[in-house]
Design a protein around this ligand. Structure first.
Ligand code: ADP
Ligand code: ADP
Length: 237
């Protein structure tokens, strides 16, 4: 589904954040990217949906080279690859429903919230995803009235509105306590298993990795140092 070959990313200030990373992602897997802070995890995810443009190497998605695409092909890619972040990035004073609806894309891949026009079908879809992330009944609550874990689940529902084939999660539980982290990971797993969305998730807790990942890659200093099953990973990675 995604094929990454010899990927390098050098930032304009000279930081060489990825130094020749290669791996493949198969449909339906729950891939965890593990590594210390600064190892290049976030840069890698941002290259996969082309928030960043790689400096060298290639990425293909479903057989098409996406390394340097622009314009409509890039909008198409972004509609296939959703993303959630450590800090949720919700609109705090708006309701759960409005936040989830803001993830709706028009057919050209532009966010509909720019125009503020949502169909009854969009609303039904939003309700369905709000239910999937366990927030049924909270549609009209303001986002800033929810707990951190609930806000992250709203962000998951919002990302689902674009019908992504892949969901990128950049340290989705880094600002949550352990119990809440498990809850968010369980909903990500549910999205992976029930909706068939491929998940690629950055984490730094080995315990969560073992419990939720179907496969793991580990980064260190911008290089891939391990690829395999979560159970085989060395405690001292
Ligand atoms: P991680 O997600 O594993 O913490 P990052 O991908 O955020 O790692 O960062 C990898 C390296 O690239 C770090 O040295 C970081 O400071 C640097 N970096 C990240 N984003 C930028 C940027 N926009 N400009 C310059 N350097 C960056
Ligand atoms: P987070 O942990 O939420 O990703 P970071 O502090 O790592 O937050 O990064 C916040 C933003 O700053 C990101 O867009 C990242 O690309 C950018 N960034 C990170 N490190 C650097 C750096 N050394 N120079 C410039 N930008 C950076």
């Amino acid at each position: 589904m995604l094929n990454v070959k010899d990927l390098h990313k050098k930032y304009p200030n000279g930081t060489h954040a990825l130094k020749g990373v290669s791996f493949d992602v198969t449909p339906g897997e729950f891939l965890v990217v593990i590594g210390l802070s600064g190892s290049g995890k976030s840069t890698l995810l941002r290259c996969l949906n082309r928030l960043h443009e790689p400096s060298h190497g290639s990425i293909s998605f479903e057989g098409s080279d996406i390394t340097h695409i622009k314009g409509q092909p890039l909008r198409n890619l972004r509609s296939n690859i959703g993303m959630i972040f450590q800090h949720f990035n919700l609109i705090p004073r708006k309701t759960v429903m409005t936040n989830v609806l803001s993830g709706t894309l028009s057919r050209t891949g532009v966010f509909k919230s720019i125009f503020g026009i949502f169909s009854e079908e969009d609303r039904e879809k939003a309700k369905r995803f709000i239910k999937i992330v366990g927030l049924e009944g909270k549609e009209n609550q303001r986002a800033d009235n929810l707990s951190g874990g609930q806000q992250q689940r709203v962000a998951i529902a919002r990302a689902l509105m674009q019908n992504p084939k892949v969901l990128l999660a950049d340290e989705p539980v880094a600002s949550l306590d352990p119990a809440t982290s498990h809850s968010v990971m369980q909903y990500l797993k549910k999205v992976n298993e029930e909706l068939g969305v491929t998940v690629i998730c950055n984490l730094h807790f080995l315990s969560l990795v073992r419990q939720y990942a179907s496969r793991v890659i580990a980064l260190k200093g911008g290089k891939l140092i391990y690829e395999g099953q979560p159970l085989d990973i060395d405690e001292n990675w």
